[in-house]
Design a protein around this ligand. Structure first.
Ligand code: DAH
Length: 343
C-alpha cells in the first residue's frame, strides 16, 4: 500500500504539473482526492491492515493528501497569474497611437460679444448684475418713467403675460431692481452692467428678432456728471472698435434719461469716409444713453438732488453684426454650424 500511495503521489504531481486550465486542475483534484477518488479508494482498504501498519499508512495517506492539495492550489494560482498576464498583454495601450479627434464646440457669437463688452466694463471697475426675463410692467415701464401712452407699451409691441406681467422689452428694468436693492442695503454708489435677453413682438426680418440681447450700463453716485458719462462711453467704444474710433452724441429721447443721446461711432471699416457698412454715412449708431432721469431716481427712493447717474443700453446682435459684417440677424438664431463656426 505504501508503494501504491507513493506512486499515486508521483502520478498526481506529474499530471497536475502538466495541466493547462483551471478546469483540468479541478478535474484532477476530484479524480485524486474526491469521495470516489483514487486516494480514498486506497485508504478504504486500510481495514485489511495490521494494527502496526495502520498508523504508518494513515500518516502517509494524510501527507499524500496534503501534498496533492498543495500542488492543486499552487497550480490554480499559477494559472490565475498567467491568465492575468495574458490579459494585460492584450490590453496594453499604445500611447504613441494618434488620438481620436474630439470635437469641442465653441462660443456662440452672441456670447462672445457679451464677453467682450463685459470684459471692457469690468476693466473699468463695473460689476455684473442680472434680472429676470419675466418682469413687472412697473419695472419695465412705469418706474422707468415711460408715460402710460408710450408706443412701446402697446399690446402689439410687447409680449404681455397678464396686464401687469410681461417679457421684458429691454434690460433697463434691472436698473430699477439694482437701485432699489442698493437703497435697501445702503449700498450706493453703484456701477453695473446688465447683459441679458429681451423680447419684443416683432416679426423676424434681417434686422429684427422677437428675442434678442442687450447690455445695460448704469452708474449712480454723488458727483456723476456728463463728463464721466462721455469719458466712460468713449473709452468703451475705443476699446471695442479701436483707439482711432470717434464718437458723436446725437440728441435723442428716452423716457428714463434726460438729456438723452444716441451714440454714433465713426465707421470702423472706412474710418468715416463712407462705405457699405456705414451706408455712406461715415457714422454708425451703436447705442442709446443719457443721464438718469430724476424721476427714475425718485422712483427708486434716491434723492436726485444728492445723486446723479448715467445709463446706456446696447443691442448685442447689432454690435456683432457690425463687427463681423453680418447682414441678417436671423443667422444668429438658426444655429447652422457652418455659420457659427466662423466666429
Ligand atoms: N432701453 C433702451 C432700448 O431698449 C436702450 C437704452 C437707451 C437704455 C438709453 C438706456 C439708456 O439705459 O439710457 O431701446
Amino acid at each position: 500500500m505504501q508503494e501504491r500511495l507513493k506512486s499515486l503521489k508521483k502520478i498526481a504531481e506529474e499530471r497536475i504539473a502538466s495541466a493547462q486550465t483551471m478546469e483540468e486542475v479541478e478535474n484532477l483534484r476530484v479524480e485524486f482526492l474526491g469521495k470516489k477518488g483514487d486516494l480514498t479508494k486506497i485508504l478504504k482498504e486500510m481495514g485489511k491492515l495490521s494494527s502496526e501498519e495502520r498508523p504508518i499508512i494513515g500518516k502517509l495517506g494524510n501527507e499524500v493528501r496534503e501534498l496533492i492539495t498543495n500542488s492543486v492550489n499552487e497550480k490554480k494560482e499559477a494559472i490565475k497569474v498567467s491568465i492575468m498576464d495574458k490579459k494585460l498583454q492584450l490590453e496594453k495601450i499604445d500611447i504613441t497611437m494618434p488620438g481620436k479627434p474630439y470635437k469641442v464646440g465653441k462660443k456662440h457669437i452672441i456670447s462672445k460679444m457679451i464677453d467682450e463688452v463685459t470684459e471692457i466694463f469690468m476693466g473699468m471697475g463695473f460689476s455684473i448684475a442680472e434680472g429676470p426675463e419675466i418682469e413687472t410692467v412697473r419695472n419695465n415701464f412705469d418706474a422707468l418713467n415711460a408715460p402710460k401712452d408710450h408706443p412701446s407699451r402697446d399690446m402689439s409691441d410687447t409680449f404681455y403675460i397678464t396686464e401687469d406681467i410681461l417679457l421684458r422689452t429691454q434690460t433697463s428694468p434691472v436698473q430699477i431692481r439694482t437701485m432699489e436693492e442698493a437703497v435697501k442695503n445702503n449700498d450706493l454708489p453703484l456701477k453695473i452692467i446688465v447683459p441679458g435677453r429681451c423680447f419684443r413682438s416683432d416679426s423676424p426680418d434681417a434686422t429684427h428678432s422677437p428675442m434678442f440681447h442687450q447690455v445695460e450700463v448704469l452708474v449712480v453716485g454723488k458727483d456723476i456728471t456728463f463728463t464721466e458719462f462721455k469719458g466712460t462711453m468713449e473709452t468703451f467704444v475705443q476699446k471695442l472698435f479701436g483707439p482711432e474710433t470717434k464718437t458723436k452724441f446725437r440728441p435723442h429721447n428716452f423716457p428714463f434719461t434726460e438729456p438723452s443721446a444716441e451714440i454714433d461711432v465713426s465707421c470702423f471699416k472706412c474710418g468715416g469716409d463712407g462705405c457699405p457698412v456705414c451706408k455712406g454715412e461715415g457714422w454708425i449708431e451703436i447705442l442709446g444713453a443719457g443721464m438718469v432721469h430724476p424721476n427714475v431716481l425718485r422712483n427708486c427712493g434716491i434723492d436726485p438732488d444728492v445723486y446723479s447717474g448715467f445709463a446706456a443700453g446696447m443691442g448685442v446682435e447689432r454690435l456683432g453684426m457690425l463687427k463681423y459684417g453680418i447682414d441678417d440677424i436671423r443667422l444668429m438664431f438658426e444655429n447652422d454650424v457652418r455659420f457659427l463656426d466662423q466666429f
